[in-house]
Design a protein around this ligand. Structure first.
Ligand code: RB5
Length: 148
């Protein structure tokens, strides 16, 4: 899978480890984040990876900041993005099964690298279930359309 990844200064090391991990599994990973430790603003990077997802440059996105909250909120401001902010694998799995999440966001100051790998595994390897969940996802996207 072609996957986009973005991060702020708090998450450079976690980003690098996840890129290596995903590439070792045969995925193509495009880096939309910073590689510098200087303080920077997470909305910049959240918007970049989100635009890559909605433009079809990548199939799914991963967004990391200190908590995952700021960058996840930023991602969800881009039309077409359904970003799941989570810190355990059950939610990561169900964000795909039930919500067709196209970005996963988490915090490098909240979880360790092994948990991050578990989240990414669930997010990348789980398909959307469709059915009744499709109607609900469409209802969510209707909210976005009504409030643009
Ligand atoms: C940066 O210090 C921090 O605020 C950012 O990484 C993130 O946690 C914001 O939500």
């Amino acid at each position: 899978m072609r996957i986009g990844i973005a991060n702020d200064h708090a998450s450079v090391e976690m980003k690098k480890e996840l890129v290596a991990y995903l590439e070792s599994q045969g995925h193509e990973v495009i880096n939309y984040g910073t590689d510098l430790s200087e303080s920077t603003d997470y909305p910049i990077w959240g918007e970049k990876v989100s635009m890559a997802v909605v433009n079809g440059e990548v199939e799914r996105g991963i967004a990391i900041c200190g908590t995952g909250v700021g960058i996840g909120i930023a991602c969800n401001k881009v039309r077409g993005i359904r970003a799941c902010i989570c810190s355990e694998p059950y939610s990561a799995r169900y964000s795909r099964l039930h919500n067709d999440a196209n970005i996963i966001a988490f915090g490098s100051r909240v979880i360790g690298i092994e948990t991050a790998k578990m989240l990414v595994d669930e997010f990348v390897n789980t398909a959307f279930e469709g059915g009744r969940h499709e109607r609900r996802v469409n209802m969510v996207m209707d909210i976005e359309a009504r409030n643009f």
